[in-house]
Design a protein around this ligand. Structure first.
Ligand code: F6R
Length: 614
């Protein structure tokens, strides 16, 4: 949560910073701020509550000159969204400015000490404590800014990605990270820093991903210097950025979410590319090949994730159990990390995360690794923390996902899980050749089938108008489509703020059926499967209680058409791949309902794309 961006070089910093903030706004959007050192060596800090647009409006007439600056877009943790709590924060003398993403857990102790020494605080934030502390160390140790940052970071407990600059030293920007992402872009005589590469990509493709507890000193005319908080000097490892600017634009769509829904035929092709051979007869995942035996002899697979990624994990459970005959447990990372889970060295832990930065998932990985388990990551953001903290893994290759509600990352995660299950099952000999080949063939047809669903978007939009003002929704599914019921409900609640619950269809009788009356819309996935007849009975039970049924059915299903109030027809596929199709109309339905309600689809209230706090 929170986005940070910084620049030092020969260009005017403000336009770069403000553009960067817009790109990072998906990470947090309750307040924003910028600090600049102008050519006369004056440090100016401007802040505004609300979106980055508000900040832009409020600074129009002000001095925005300077070739060094830092900026921040906030998702509040300590202290309500307000101008005062917005970053950058300044030190007592006003000579240091800092932006921060993360949480300083022991801020209260440090603050109490500083108050005793006469320090006063403007805000309620942990970040202000950190910058005051850095200044205090600088004064008491009579050291330079780098040393003061290094000493301070040895004393703080928590997570941070920070950038600090100093009024008397406009040629230097100091950045550091621990458990919060930070990318340094390397240009010719200029540096860019940001929470992810999106603000950097249009200026340079050369980047350094800072590791935990590393501090980078970025000096205008010098090579970047990286030193750990324990004072070990590191050789900077410069990587080539795999990102394309067009991924960061809406490309004619009104929202990133809609663009990302429509990208899915392409993103799934990218996800399979190079992994399924041209003949369509073989699946290879390099992350598995190198550790084949681990998977063949695994006693158990534990899948850990949060939110939408957790829903993908549930589908993974069905796939690994059906194809590989390995017992699977799917865990919320946030619960797993605070239980005393039994993890064996022969377990495989699969961590699924779009951002690769989710704090709870990272902590769960640490726990799993400490128990000796082999940890495999399924992530989208290249170079993020999860891929760097796992033994092996697969990227989902679906491109930058900007809409806060995850769509294309979800289908890519399910595709990777399907390919993993196929590859492991083939190695283990737990799948017949026919089943293996049929599944690969069908998987390759999924992109074109998704295209067919996207072509009926207009119909889904019409349907959305009927239900825009519903107060509640129930989503039902069985088997492979049960996680899709959960995902459909989550999509609706997060962007439209309508209360929605997902259930396994058969569980309805054990409680939720009491909610059904003629006001209650029930979205039910009723595609062809081994439990089709059972789902049919569930629809009858809902209709008997006058519920309004919106059924997702296969093309040509006249039986359910005669029963349900509304049907959305999707192409048929094999049962294990159905989630990849049935989720698409639910993404579109949620999207259109939210647009009808005039919600801010790409930046729903209270949410942020990357949850880097517990
Ligand atoms: C829902 C959504 C969240 C994320 C969750 C995990 O649309 O986006 O529920 O799925 O915060 O995030 P990652 O996958 O980045 O670990």
């Amino acid at each position: 949560m929170c986005g940070i961006v910084g620049y030092i070089g020969f260009r005017e910093a403000y336009p770069i910073l403000i553009k960067g903030l817009h790109r990072l706004e998906y990470r947090g959007y309750d307040s924003a701020g910028v600090a600049l050192i102008n050519p006369q060596n004056r440090l100016s800090v401007y802040k505004a509550k609300g979106r980055v647009d508000e900040l832009e409006k409020s600074v129009k007439e002000l001095d925005l000159s300077g070739t060094i600056g830092i900026a921040h877009t906030r998702w509040a943790t300590h202290g309500e969204p307000s101008n005062i709590n917005a970053h950058p924060h300044c030190s007592q003398t006003g000579s240091l400015a800092l932006i921060h993403n993360g949480i300083i857990e022991n801020y209260a102790v440090i603050k109490a000490n500083l108050i005793q020494k006469g320090y006063t605080f403007q805000s309620n934030t942990d970040t202000e404590v950190l910058i005051q502390y850095i200044e205090y160390i600088k004064a008491t140790h009579t050291c330079d800014l780098f040393k003061a940052v290094q000493i301070a970071l040895n004393h703080v407990v928590g997570a941070y990605a920070i950038a600090v600059m100093e009024k008397g030293n406009p040629d230097q920007l100091i950045v550091a990270r621990k458990s919060s992402p930070l990318v340094v872009g390397i240009g010719d005589n200029e540096f860019f820093i940001a929470s992810d590469a999106s603000p950097i990509v249009e200026y340079t493709h050369k980047v350094i991903y800072l590791e935990d507890e590393e501090i980078a000193v970025l000096h205008r005319d010098q090579e970047p210097k990286i030193v750990t908080i324990s004072n070990i000097e590191k050789t900077p490892e410069i990587k080539e950025l795999e990102m394309d600017l067009s991924q960061l634009e809406k490309g004619g769509y009104p929202h990133f979410m809609l663009k990302e829904i429509f990208e899915q035929p392409e993103t799934l092709k990218n996800c399979m590319s190079g992994r399924i051979n041209v003949e369509g007869t073989h699946v290879t995942l390099s992350g598995i090949i190198d550790h084949k035996d681990k998977f063949i002899y695994a006693d158990r697979i534990l899948i850990i994730a949060c939110g939408t990624s957790w829903h993908a994990g549930l589908i993974g459970e069905y796939l690994f159990e059906e194809f590989c005959r390995i017992p699977v447990e799917v865990e919320y990372a946030s619960e797993f990390r605070y239980r005393k889970p039994v993890i064996h060295a022969n377990d495989i832990v699969i961590a699924i995360s779009q951002s690769g930065e989710t704090a709870d998932s990272l902590a769960a990985i640490e726990l799993a690794r400490a128990s000796g388990a082999f940890v495999y990551g399924i992530c989208n953001v290249v170079g993020s923390s999860i891929p760097r903290n796992t033994d092996s893994g697969s990227y989902t290759h679906c491109g930058h996902e900007i809409g806060v509600a995850s769509t294309k990352a979800f289908t890519a995660q399910v595709t990777v899980l399907t390919m993993m299950a196929l590859a492991i099952a083939e190695e283990k000999g737990t799948i017949t050749k026919e089943h293996y080949l049929e599944t690969i063939k069908e998987l390759q047809h999924i992109p074109s089938k998704i295209k067919k669903i996207l072509a009926i978007d207009g119909k889904i939009k019409e349907l959305s108008a009927i239900f825009t003002y519903a107060q509640n929704f129930i989503y039902l599914g069985r088997g492979y489509d049960y996680p899709i019921a959960l995902e459909g409900a989550l999509k609706l609640k997060e962007i439209s703020y309508i209360h929605a619950e997902g259930y396994p269809a058969a569980e309805m009788k054990h409680g939720p059926i009491a909610l059904i009356d003629n006001e209650m819309p029930v979205v039910i996935i009723a595609t062809n499967s081994t439990v089709y007849e059972k789902v049919l009975s569930n629809i009858q039970e809902i209709k008997a209680r006058k519920g309004r049924v919106i059924a997702i059915v296969n093309e040509g299903d006249e039986v359910i058409k005669a029963l349900a109030d509304y049907c959305i027809e999707i192409p048929s596929t094999i049962e294990c791949l159905d989630p990849l199709l049935s989720v698409i109309p639910l993404q579109l339905l949620a999207y259109h309902i939210a647009v009808n309600k005039r919600r801010d689809v790409d930046m729903p209230r209270n949410l942020a794309k990357s949850v880097t706090v517990e």
